[in-house]
Design a protein around this ligand. Structure first.
Ligand code: SAM
Length: 250
């Protein structure tokens, strides 16, 4: 009997052969092989602007991206949850940063500032990203950009809500539910957006129209933000485009 049960549920040490795990690993490694990086995209977008003011929300180790961004003035925000030394300008959550910026209570920056690019890469939950987009919209130039990391989760496990849960086909990789906030804003008729199919999905939102940018004019076709619906209509939900194709239209 014990043997029968072991056969069915495994011994605890047995790793079940599960096609979802194989697919998760494959999709993660495909994503890691894509190019260009978010940094290349941010710099390409900055080149379309005056490249005066850049804001990064969620920095972790600045060597990875922040230091490689080419802009005259750069501002960084991070409460320091993942990188101990946290060498940023504002050791705050994005909510605190924007509340203090609104109230003119920050040193070295005031609420007349307008950013050419805001890179949102802090807490990857739909509610937080939604607030980060809403706050950033107040502070970008008419021809500026909001850039969002992790908009294109390759499986439903990559977009799980709980970052700490690692025993899934996505393993350590986590995109969170950023795609839901991006998809929501794709319905705003006064905004235009695109998502580059690289580096886990680099979403871009602007108040101005650029080649291949668009918005979704129909009523929301995925009102419950279901992953399966998103997956079936991924190209339209995200306006997923190869960066090379977009760059060739400039
Ligand atoms: C994915 S890392 C950022 C990576 C970096 N932008 C890059 O391109 O390499 C996420 C960072 O967001 C920070 N973070 C977490 N919650 C945050 C919040 N509420 N506001 C701003 N940053 C937050 C974490 O401390 C962490 O350093």
């Amino acid at each position: 009997m014990i043997n029968k049960i072991r056969q069915i549920i495994g011994t605890g040490r047995t790793i079940l052969k599960d096609p979802y795990f194989d697919e998760g690993k494959l999709k993660s490694s495909e994503e890691l092989g894509k190019s260009p990086s978010r940094t290349t995209i941010i710099n390409a977008l900055l080149e379309l602007t005056a490249s005066k003011n850049y804001l990064e929300i969620g920095v972790r180790n600045p060597d990875a991206n922040y230091k490689k961004v080419n802009c005259v003035n750069k501002f960084s925000v991070d409460p320091g949850l993942e990188f101990k030394s946290n060498p940023v300008d504002f050791k705050l959550t994005s909510d605190d940063f924007f509340a203090r910026l609104d109230a003119n209570k920050l040193s070295g920056i005031d609420n007349s500032i307008r950013f050419d690019v805001v890179f949102i890469d802090g807490l990857h939950t739909s509610y937080q990203v939604d607030r980060d987009i809403e706050n950033s919209l107040k502070y970008i130039h008419k021809t500026g950009f909001i850039v969002l990391h992790d908009c294109n989760p390759p499986t439903e496990y990559h977009q799980r809500e709980n970052y700490d849960f690692k025993n899934s086909p996505a393993g350590i990789f986590w995109n969170g539910t950023t795609w839901k906030a991006f998809y929501k804003y794709r319905h705003r008729q006064d905004l235009y957006s695109i998502c580059f199919d690289t580096d886990w999905g680099v979403g871009v939102i602007s108040k101005s129209n650029f080649p291949l940018f668009n918005n979704i004019s129909s009523i929301m076709s995925n009102p419950y933000f279901e992953y399966d619906v998103f997956n079936e209509h991924r190209l339209q939900h995200l306006n997923l485009v190869e960066f090379k194709e977009w760059a060739s239209k400039l």
